[in-house]
Ligand binder design. Structure first.
Ligand code: ADP
Length: 419
C-alpha cells in the first residue's frame, strides 16, 4: 500500500494517530535501526548559544567514560559544531552501500554530524525545511550505529520543524533534555520547550542550567555572579527533574577552542563533577531495550495446534478506529510457526451492547484483537475472556496488519478512544 499520510509524511516511528500511515521499507529500516538503540536522548534548547552542543558532547563523553556504547548525532543544521568540539574537523565518513559509517572518536563513542558532509566549515546550510527534515531521518536510519546503549542527539535550537522531526524520527520513547541559562529571559524558552516535548508526546528527562555561577580559575570555587537557581525553581514549577547546574568555566571555553571535551582531561573540578552528575538519571534508565511492551509475543498466543486467530474490527475494508462501531470482524488465522496467513473470513458480530462483543470474539476462538481505539472497560472484558488486545493500530487492511504484527513491525500509536 502506498498511501501517504499528510499529518506525518516523513516520520512514523512514533506511530501515526491519524491511522492513515503506510509503512514502507524506509520506515522498517528506521525501526530496525532504532530497535538496536537502548536509549535516545535529545538535547534541546529554546534558543542558541546556551551551551546545548557543549552539554550534549560532554553527556556523550561522560556516558562513554562510564563504559557505555554511545552515538553522538549532531543534527544542528544551522551550526554543526560537534566536529570542532571533538577535533574531528575534516573527517569524512565512509559511505558504503546505503550506509554511512559514523566516525569513531574512541572505541565506544561514534559521531555523525552534518559538519562532516559540508565541503568547508565556512559553508552555510541554506537547505529548505523538507530537505533538513529528510536529512535528520537519514542520519538516524542510514548511519551504521549498530548496538548502542545511548544515542545523544544535538538538536537545532527552538521549537520548529527540525526538533519536531528529530523527536518524531526517534519515536515516543526518546527522552528530551532541555538546556537553559540562569537569566530570566530563558524562562519562557524553557516553558516553550517543555510544552513542545509534551505536545509531541515525548518524556522529558530533565533540565540542565548551564553557565550557572562562575568557576573561578584562581580560587577553584564557584561564585554566583548572576541569579542562579532559576532552573531548579522552574523545574519544580513545571514538574520536571532538575539535572543540575554547570558553572561558566573558562576551561570549558578553552577546551572547546582547542577541540577536546573538558571531561577528557578533568574529572575533579566543580565543572567536571557537575557534568558527571548530570548523567546519573541517564544511567538509571536501565539496561534493557525498550520494547513495545504492548505487543504480545507470538509464543504467548498460539494454541495447541500452533495457530493464532487474530480478530480485527473492520469498516469499509479497513480496521475500524472505533471498535464498537465496526460492521464486521475479520478473523485472520495464522500459522504461528511460519508466520503466514492461512485464511481470512469476515464475520458479523451481534448488535453492540456492553460486554457482548468481547464474549462473542472469545467464542470465535480468537486469541488476539488488533484495534484502533477501545475503552478500558472493553479491554478488561477481553482480557477476562482470555483474548489479548493491542490498541492504537493504524487503519489498514486486516491482512496487512497481521503480516506486520507477525513480522514484529507493527507500529502502534495512541488509543483513539480510551474513555
Ligand atoms: P549552543 O549549542 O547552545 O549554541 P554552544 O555549546 O555552542 O551553544 O556554546 C556556546 C558558547 O558558549 C561556546 O563558545 C562554548 O564554548 C561556550 N560555553 C558553553 N558552556 C559553557 C560553560 N559552562 N562555560 C564556559 N563556556 C561555555
Amino acid at each position: 500500500m502506498s498511501e501517504a499520510c499528510n499529518s506525518c509524511s516523513s516520520a512514523t516511528a512514533g506511530g501515526c494517530s491519524s491511522g492513515g500511515c503506510a509503512e514502507g521499507p524506509e520506515d522498517l529500516k528506521l525501526k530496525t535501526t532504532l530497535s538496536r538503540i537502548k536509549h535516545k536522548i535529545v538535547v534541546m534548547s529554546g534558543k542558541g548559544g546556551v551551551g546545548k552542543s557543549t552539554v550534549a558532547t560532554n553527556i556523550a563523553v561522560a556516558l562513554s567514560l562510564a563504559g557505555k556504547k554511545v552515538g553522538l548525532l549532531d543534527v544542528d543544521v544551522h551550526g554543526p559544531s560537534i566536529p570542532r568540539l571533538l577535533s574531528l574537523e575534516g573527517q569524512q565518513p565512509h559511505i558504503g552501500d546505503q550506509v554511512i559509517e559514523p566516525i569513531s572518536w574512541t572505541k565506544n563513542l561514534w559521531v555523525m554530524s552534518l559538519g562532516f558532509m559540508l565541503p568547508s566549515k565556512a559553508d552555510a546550510v541554506i537547505w529548505r525545511g523538507p530537505v533538513k527534515i529528510g536529512l535528520i531521518k537519514q542520519f538516524v536510519q542510514d548511519v551504521a550505529w549498530g548496538d548502542l546503549d545511548y544515542l545523544i542527539v544535538d538538536c537545532p535550537p527552538g521549537t520548529g520543524d527540525e526538533p519536531l522531526s528529530a523527536l518524531q524520527t526517534l519515536g515516543r520513547d526518546a527522552n528530551a533534555v532541555i538546556v537553559t541559562t540562569p537569566q530570566g529571559v530563558a524562562v519562557d524558552d524553557v516553558r516553550r520547550s517543555v510544552t513542545f516535548a509534551r505536545q509531541v508526546g515525548n518524556p522529558i528527562l530533565g533540565l540542565v542550567e548551564n553557565m550557572s555561577g562562575f568557576a573561578c580559575p584562581d580560587c577553584g570555587s564557584v561564585h554566583n555572579i548572576f541569579n542562579s537557581g532559576g532552573g531548579e525553581e522552574l523545574s519544580k514549577e513545571m514538574g520536571i527533574q532538575f539535572l543540575g547546574r554547570i558553572p561558566l568555566d573558562p576551561e570549558v571555553g578553552r577546551s572547546a577552542d582547542e577541540g577536546y571535551p573538558l571531561l577528557k582531561v578533568d574529572h575533579d573540578s566543580p565543572t567536571a563533577q557537575a557534568m558527571n552528575s548530570i548523567i546519573k538519571p541517564m544511567l538509571d534508565l536501565g539496561d534493557s531495550l525498550q520494547e513495545n511492551s504492548q505487543l504480545p509475543k507470538v509464543e504467548e498466543l498460539r494454541d495447541e495446534h500452533g495457530r493464532i486467530r487474530i480478530a480485527i474490527p473492520v469498516a469499509a475494508g479497513r480496521l475500524a478506529q472505533h471498535f464498537g462501531h465496526c460492521e464486521q470482524f475479520a478473523m485472520v488465522d495464522v500459522d504461528a510457526h511460519t508466520g503466514s496467513i492461512i485464511s481470512t473470513t469476515m464475520e458479523t458480530p451481534p448488535p453492540h451492547e456492553p460486554g457482548v462483543i468481547p464474549r462473542w470474539v472469545a467464542e470465535q476462538k480468537a486469541n488476539l484483537v488488533l484495534a484502533g481505539g477501545m475503552g478500558a472497560k472493553a479491554q478488561t472484558l477481553f482480557t477476562d475472556a482470555g483474548v489479548r488486545v493491542v490498541t492504537g493500530c493504524p487503519a489498514e487492511n486486516p491482512d496487512e496488519l497481521v503480516n506486520k504484527f507477525m513480522a514484529g513491525a507493527l507500529v502502534t500509536g495512541d488509543n483513539a478512544c480510551d474513555h
